[in-house]
Design a protein around this ligand. Structure first.
Ligand SMILES: [Zn+2]
Length: 90
């Protein structure tokens, strides 16, 4: 199983557990112990310290969908601009 944050293989823990850790709020998937200890747990602590609820959707997935939306908006804007410019010429 691959870590959903760093893409390395998820480590097997001393009790034989191979499924890694819950990667929320960084990602919807599972993560390795290194990412859990250095990224996920500090992120959860930061949310708790700031008094905000821990997101129920991974930030990785939120950022990816925002990137897709932005890319789509970018393409649409370019097309609209191009169309407007072509209409001006006529
Ligand atoms: Zn990892």
């Amino acid at each position: 199983m691959k870590c959903s944050i760093c893409n390395n293989d998820i480590d097997v823990q001393s009790n034989g557990w191979k499924e890694g850790h819950n990667a929320l709020p960084l990602s919807n998937g599972r993560c390795c112990t290194l990412c859990n200890d250095t990224e996920v747990v500090p992120m959860r602590m930061a949310f708790i310290a700031s008094g905000r609820d821990i997101p129920t959707e991974g930030l990785k997935e939120i950022i990816n969908s925002q990137r897709k939306a932005r890319a789509l908006a970018d393409v649409s804007l370019k097309h609209i601009t191009k169309e407007v410019n072509e209409r001006k010429k006529k």
